[in-house]
Ligand binder design. Structure first.
Ligand code: F6R
Length: 359
């Protein structure tokens, strides 16, 4: 059942290129997103002026990527909130608001409560969900499935990256509806399964990073823009399965306080795929290095120049907007191998349940 892998988590990491193909299947044609596959009628999508994304944990981190993609491509303002906060807030819904819930299981209590709150207030709801027929899928007005297949490991991997792909399709489709189509990006999207497959075959070096990380007490993840959203997901994976204290920082925020925590040997994982701000993040890497940090980079090959990292993983991405799913792979494997080196129960981390159906 684990397909020859020692853990479900590793199996689910390795099968991502295949599930990405499933998530894209039938949803792209002639360099355009097949809008009717997105589950949201065009007549509704055309009235959307504002999107409120609600989700928990990893799905929340996918929402942060979704916000940036939708805002950059479709120019629709998006807010992302953790469902446990949203449900007890007093949201102000302007006309034209769509509430979008993201969830693997479709059973997360807080996410469901958020959708119910939107319903009570007469706001249309749209779910990005993996589990077919789940409560969230049934209760939302509109639904699109991520097609990741069953995810058994508690730590989410393939559910997250398929959420990223579906959110990318959605952003590109919404952009197209507004006359801002990007056929080049739609075409590149189809190359992601192949790129992911190649990368997964080249990540042996992540093990060395993991061996070193497994002996540390703290780790920081930094990035800007999409890379910051990825940093948040990277740090959650380490916490939940390797039980190492981890924090994600917007790279430019470090010097507003957190830099004080960097000492000799503190590991800092820098994600640098946002080409426009790469120089800025590189100077932040120099700053942590100057304080003794051990800097590890997840770097887009197109970003050249002297990048002062101790270990690096180079990734190929056709465009920075499509980097997140690719860059997630080494982050997932880093968490996986670190937990393995520490002898932890990777698939069933302590204190956590696969689906949080009670508050
Ligand atoms: C982390 C993880 C959790 C879930 C969160 C939401 O690896 O799996 O943070 O992402 O509990 O779950 P779903 O997506 O089922 O609503």
């Amino acid at each position: 059942e684990r397909g020859g892998y020692p853990h479900f988590m590793l199996k689910e990491i390795m099968e991502q290129p295949d599930v990405w193909s499933d998530a894209l299947l039938g949803r792209v044609q002639n360099q355009r997103v097949v809008w009717r596959e997105m589950g949201l009628p065009a007549s509704v999508a055309e009235t959307v002026r504002r999107i409120r994304i609600v989700a928990a944990g990893t799905a929340y981190h996918a929402g942060l990527v979704g916000k940036m993609l939708i805002e950059r491509l479709a120019r629709i303002p998006v807010e992302v909130e953790v469902a446990s906060e949203f449900r007890y807030s007093t949201p102000i819904f302007e006309p034209g608001t769509l509430v979008m819930a993201i969830s693997q299981s479709g059973e997360t209590a807080d996410t469901l409560a958020s959708v119910r709150l939107a319903h009570e207030l007469g706001v249309p709801t749209y779910a990005v969900v993996n589990q077919v027929g789940s409560t969230l899928a049934r209760e939302s007005d509109y639904v699109v499935y991520t097609h990741a297949g069953p995810e058994i490991a508690v730590a989410s991997t393939k559910a997250y990256t398929t959420q990223l792909l579906v959110l990318t399709l959605l952003a590109l489709g919404l952009a197209d509806l507004k006359g801002r189509g990007r056929p080049d990006l739609v075409q590149h999207l189809l190359s992601l399964p192949h790129i992911g497959q190649t990368l997964l075959g080249q990540l042996e070096s992540v093990r060395q990073m993991a061996e070193s990380l497994s002996l540390k007490r703290d780790v920081f993840y930094i990035g800007r823009g999409l890379d910051y959203a990825l940093a948040m997901e990277g740090q959650l994976k380490i916490k939940e399965i390797a039980y190492i204290h981890a924090e994600a920082y917007a790279a430019g925020e470090l010097k507003h306080g957190t830099l004080a925590l960097i000492e000799d040997g503190t590991p800092v994982v820098a994600i640098v795929t946002e080409r426009d701000v790469a120089e800025k993040t590189i100077s932040n890497i120099l700053e942590v290095k100057a304080r003794g940090a051990e800097a590890w980079g997840i770097l887009d090959r197109q970003i050249t120049g002297d990048i002062p990292v101790d270990h690096q993983i180079v990734i190929d991405t056709p465009d920075p907007l499509l980097a997140p799913a690719i860059a997630a792979l080494p982050l997932q494997l880093l968490a996986y191998w670190t937990a393995v080196f520490r002898g932890e129960d990777v698939d069933k981390p302590r204190n956590l349940a696969k689906s949080v159906t009670v508050e």
